[in-house]
Design a protein around this ligand. Structure first.
Ligand code: TXA
Ligand code: MG
Length: 316
């Protein structure tokens, strides 16, 4: 198992030696390594068992450091950076040649983000290089929102996890890029579409739902808790099911199902709270006696869009 603690010097030392470290962010925990080192990047891909056609996000702590990685920062990107960084927004920008192709899977753009977590900001401030950090889960599995989640799955392969407590947002960053005059959202996430449109006007949502590895964004099947998942009216879908082997993710207690089989995402229907809880809830469904998971979509507003996106992918 990995060691869990708040020792920034230890994390820094490991990272400076091309090792990987679990780091907290406000969205989900990341599996971090030197974004400019091919050895460190290879280690990330290997620990996650992630195909190299799925590129990584580079994290840093200042716009100046972002500028070291990219050829230019278009006006709308600067406006988004100003409005949302540090925070749950990743921006795709044209990369400089010195950014390794391995980081971007050979694409011309690099994904960059300034995360909003005090421990990780401190770490990034002390480092001479940006950190590549995908979510710290095995490829295809649910993202981790606590140090324990990281340890449960990757603890045998990594030495250290910086403990920043439970993630405040609980969903990955929103990914945005530019195509001509269009602002395009490639992944729905912790920054609301509505908030982005307040800054740069109408956006195009182009959330990748294919398994086409050449296309940016996410694969169709993801966040899988390893169970069959059915999304729709819970009471209706529960009819005829064996409630003992059925898990339920909902907004209110379902009395016909054993308590340990259910998670109420937010009793008051608050989407921010539901977002914070959704990945831990999917993990809880990963119990041997649970065969089917029932869940329902939430209103397509605010973080509801991203929650529905994750549910849809978990159900594939
Ligand atoms: O909130 C987050 O973004 C978390 C935390 C740790 O920062 N990170 C995260 O990384 O979710 P990951 O690797 O699990 O998801 C990154 C997504 C992938 O779907 C990848 O395809 C896309 O970002 N991506 C990365 N670089 C890209 C690029 N150059 N062009 C297009 N898509 C890119
Ligand atoms: Mg991920």
């Amino acid at each position: 198992m990995a060691e869990i603690g708040k020792d920034i010097a230890r994390a820094k030392h490991l990272l400076e030696n091309d090792d990987v470290v679990g780091i907290p962010t406000e969205t989900v925990y990341g599996l971090a390594g030197n974004a400019l080192s091919e050895n460190a990047i290879l280690k990330i891909y290997s620990v996650k068992n992630r195909p190299k056609f799925d590129p990584l996000i580079a994290h840093t702590n200042s716009l100046d450091k972002v500028k070291n990685m990219v050829r230019d920062v278009p006006e709308k990107a600067a406006q988004l950076a100003e409005a949302f960084w540090p925070g749950p927004l990743t921006i795709l920008l044209n990369k400089k040649p010195e950014v390794p192709d391995l980081l971007t899977s050979g694409l011309d753009r690099v994904a960059v983000r300034i995360p909003n977590h005090p421990l990780t900001i401190e770490l990034l401030t002390e480092l001479e290089f940006p950190l590549a950090a995908p979510s710290a889960n095995p490829f295809g599995y649910v993202s981790p929102t606590s140090a324990k989640h990281v340890n449960d799955q990757l603890g045998d392969q990594i030495q250290y996890i910086l403990d920043g407590g439970q993630c405040h947002i609980g969903l990955e960053s929103t990914i945005v890029g530019f195509e001509g005059d269009d602002v395009v959202i490639y992944r729905l996430g912790g920054t609301r579409v509505e908030a982005i449109e307040d800054v740069v006007g109408k956006v195009r949502i182009q959330v990748n739902e294919s398994s086409n590895p050449a296309a940016p964004g996410m694969l169709k099947s993801h966040y899988s808790p390893g169970r069959k998942m059915i999304i729709g009216d819970i009471a209706e879908n529960l009819k005829g099911m064996n409630s003992k082997s059925t898990g339920v993710l909902s907004f209110q207690t379902t009395h016909d199902v054993p308590e340990q089989n259910q998670v109420v995402l937010s009793p008051s229907g608050d989407m921010d709270e539901a977002a914070r809880n959704i990945f831990a809830a999917l993990r809880r469904m990963d119990q041997p006696h649970i065969e089917v998971i029932l869940a329902e979509f939430v209103p397509q507003e605010g973080l509801g869009k991203a929650i529905n996106d994750r549910l849809r992918r978990a159900a594939v």
